[in-house]
Design a protein around this ligand. Structure first.
Ligand SMILES: *[C@@H]1O[C@H](CO)[C@@H](O)[C@H](O)[C@H]1NC(C)=O
Ligand SMILES: *[C@@H]1O[C@H](CO)[C@@H](O)[C@H](O)[C@H]1NC(C)=O
Ligand SMILES: *[C@@H]1O[C@H](CO)[C@@H](O)[C@H](O)[C@H]1NC(C)=O
Ligand SMILES: *[C@@H]1O[C@H](CO)[C@@H](O)[C@H](O)[C@H]1NC(C)=O
Ligand SMILES: *[C@@H]1O[C@H](CO)[C@@H](O)[C@H](O)[C@H]1NC(C)=O
Ligand SMILES: *[C@@H]1O[C@H](CO)[C@@H](O)[C@H](O)[C@H]1NC(C)=O
Ligand SMILES: *[C@@H]1O[C@H](CO)[C@@H](O)[C@H](O)[C@H]1NC(C)=O
Ligand SMILES: *[C@@H]1O[C@H](CO)[C@@H](O)[C@H](O)[C@H]1NC(C)=O
Ligand SMILES: *[C@@H]1O[C@H](CO)[C@@H](O)[C@H](O)[C@H]1NC(C)=O
Ligand SMILES: *[C@@H]1O[C@H](CO)[C@@H](O)[C@H](O)[C@H]1NC(C)=O
Ligand SMILES: CC(=O)N[C@H]1CO[C@H](CO)[C@@H](O)[C@@H]1O
Ligand SMILES: CC(=O)N[C@H]1CO[C@H](CO)[C@@H](O)[C@@H]1O
Length: 489
């Protein structure tokens, strides 16, 4: 046992020499020279495997290099069972390979070879390999095991690698069509476009308040689902009550009365305007219109127009001479018949004066209704104004001492003259140049024979000198006509 200790000390010295050949130059030189001098001088065993022969206490022996031992350094030490105190290994205390199988008789340091159990490495299999090093737990904490690991998942995650998100959404989690979004052991609701809000989309968004009351002009807003309804005050319409209904278009005021919209806020506070414009605007009374009626009309729409044609006292038309009347605004208009004039057609127009005494050549003008007449016109003149000299007899058209009476057949556009001949007895025809068939005086008679082969019209003309007479048919037979005349004066 003692010799063994010495050997170990010597071997240590040798190891030092081997490990630090340069820094231990001095030590090496003196000792190795001593050893080699002793060996060269006295050492007899042939030390194998690089062993050195030394003489200790007069006894020659081999100083073996690791891991050899034995008389001549031919035995390999099994370091699986041999303690190596200098590196803290003592198989009596703990196995050389802590978690593995040991293979001794290894020629290189550390002179043993550990074959580790799965999950261990290190020279002595002392290291439990960190299986969490690759962060295998995606949503959880990793716990290293022997050649394995476990994941303890965060809330809401599951699976070996905590990669499966536990679906926290359940039917009815989000109300009113909200979209459930699975989270970390929780869920959230996407309420957008539902018209609701809150964690579970249960709270109906007040559309009347977002961002402000959408109903204009005093309209009342009623919240709906993702919607609202405006209850407009009378006079306003449209989804947001923004449309001011056109109360004055077309103009409801008769007689071109001025129409004022009650919704026109600019008109209010004007003392010269009628109610309600003399006061303060109020949305609830903004429907409708007020007419400023022209004089003579009244009523809400100026449609009341008293009939000014009637005399209020008598209730009879104010227009005289049967003229018609048109009622106006505080006025009336008489439509006069010809010959009358004046506001009430009461003036009978004197046409003789109106036309500047039109009768000429001594004729006298007589006023008529809407006309005049010229009286006392001499035979020589004629026409409306007795202004046309009658020339029909100037050429003496009447023959056989007949009397010629000039006539005015037509005055306008140019005078057309004519004449009438009054024949002496025995003459007839327009110019009195045709003989009469017979003339009668007293009780004379005339008989004529006509022969005809066909029906004919037989005319008999009379001219009498009597001032008054009656023509009497005495008898009438086919082929025999008898007529007579007698003085009736
Ligand atoms: C690993 O080594 C240690 C220390 O020697 C021991 O306590 C443990 O039981 C060993 N594990 C296995 C799986 O052998
Ligand atoms: C230890 O043993 C393994 C398996 O037998 C071998 O591959 C390796 O080279 C050995 N190591 C040494 C230092 O002998
Ligand atoms: C054990 O193995 C791991 C991965 O293979 C490596 O990173 C580590 O350095 C090794 N540990 C030892 C003590 O050899
Ligand atoms: C690792 O552990 C899991 C359970 O956590 C098990 O299912 C699996 O088989 C283990 N793997 C090994 C190689 O032991
Ligand atoms: C889940 O929750 C954990 C711990 O609160 C956090 O670290 C992780 O980032 C969350 N994951 C998601 C997806 O929110
Ligand atoms: C919520 O839903 C709307 C439409 O349904 C979509 O556009 C939006 O991206 C969603 N928001 C989130 C955070 O999922
Ligand atoms: C909103 O309400 C109005 C009337 O109140 C209706 O005309 C409209 O269609 C509604 N809009 C929707 C999207 O329902
Ligand atoms: C009503 O008001 C809403 C919100 O102010 C607006 O988006 C919409 O276009 C309006 N509709 C009409 C018809 O004016
Ligand atoms: C109203 O006035 C217009 C133009 O000023 C005029 O043409 C029209 O005749 C008038 N109507 C009435 C009923 O007075
Ligand atoms: C008619 O006869 C009477 C006498 O017989 C005569 O005096 C008279 O003049 C005659 N009249 C005419 C118009 O010829
Ligand atoms: C045709 C004809 O009877 N002429 C008579 C007209 O009158 C005068 C006298 O008045 C007679 O002399 C004509 O013979
Ligand atoms: C006037 C005249 O000629 N009268 C005769 C008409 O005809 C009858 C009979 O044919 C005669 O007898 C008339 O003399």
């Amino acid at each position: 046992m003692a010799s063994h200790s010495v050997l170990t000390i010597l071997m240590c010295a040798l190891i030092l020499v081997i490990i630090m050949p340069v820094t231990a130059e001095l030590f090496h030189n003196s000792n190795s020279e001593l050893l080699s001098r002793q060996r060269r001088a006295v050492c007899s065993p042939d030390c194998k495997n690089g062993g050195l022969c030394v003489t200790v206490s007069g006894k020659d022996m081999c100083l073996c290099s690791l891991p050899y031992t034995g008389q001549t350094c031919t035995v390999i030490i099994d370091y699986c069972t041999t303690a190596q105190p200098e590196i803290g290994i003592d198989p009596k205390v703990a196995p050389v390979c802590l978690n593995g199988t040991c293979l001794g008789t290894v020629l290189t340091e550390p002179y043993f070879n550990c074959s580790c159990l799965p999950g261990f490495n290190g020279t002595r299999c002392e290291n439990n390999i960190d299986d969490c090093a690759t962060n295998p737990c995606i949503n959880g904490l990793c716990k290293d095991l022997i050649n394995n690991y476990t994941c303890s998942c965060y809330q809401g995650w599951q699976g070996r690698h905590c990669s499966a998100n536990i679906n926290d959404c359940f039917a009815g989690a989000c109300l009113n069509g909200g979209q459930c979004i699975d989270g970390n052991s929780s869920y959230t609701c996407n309420c957008s476009d539902t018209g609701f809000r809150g964690a579970n989309c249960s709270e109906n968004i007040d559309d009347c308040a977002s961002p402000s009351n959408p109903c204009s002009n005093g309209g009342v807003c009623i919240d709906g689902v993702k919607n609202y309804t405006c209850q407009c005050l009378a006079g306003y319409s449209g989804r947001n009550c923004t449309v001011d209904e056109p109360d004055c278009s077309p103009n409801p005021c008769h007689y071109n009365g001025t129409c004022l919209e009650r919704s026109n806020q600019a008109l209010y506070g004007n003392a010269s305007l009628p109610y309600p414009f003399d006061g303060v605007f109020n949305y609830s009374a903004a429907a409708g219109f007020v007419c400023l009626c022209p004089n003579g009309s009244s009523g809400n729409d100026c449609s009341i127009n008293p009939n000014d044609c009637l005399d209020p006292a008598t209730n009879r038309s104010l227009c005289a001479h049967a003229s018609s009347c048109t009622d106006g605004l505080a006025s009336f208009t008489c439509h006069c018949l010809p010959g009358y004039e004046g506001p009430t057609c009461s003036i009978d127009i004197n046409e003789c004066e109106r036309f500047g005494q039109p009768c000429q050549n001594g004729a006298v003008c007589k006023d008529l209704v809407a006309d005049y007449a010229c009286t006392g016109c001499t035979a020589e003149f004629g026409g409306k104004n007795c202004s046309v000299r009658l020339t029909g007899c100037d050429s003496s058209p009447c023959e056989n001492n007949a009397t010629c009476e000039p006539l005015l057949l037509r005055e306008l556009p140019s005078p057309d003259h004519g004449y009438r001949c009054t024949c002496k007895p025995g003459w007839s025809g327009p110019q009195c140049n045709e003989n009469t068939l017979a003339s009668f005086n007293g009780t004379s008679s005339f008989s004529a024979n006509f022969t005809t082969t066909a029906d004919c019209t037989f005319e008999l003309s009379f001219r009498t000198s009597l001032a008054h007479f009656d023509l009497v048919r005495l008898s009438s037979h086919w082929g025999d006509i008898r007529v007579g005349a007698h003085d009736s004066s």
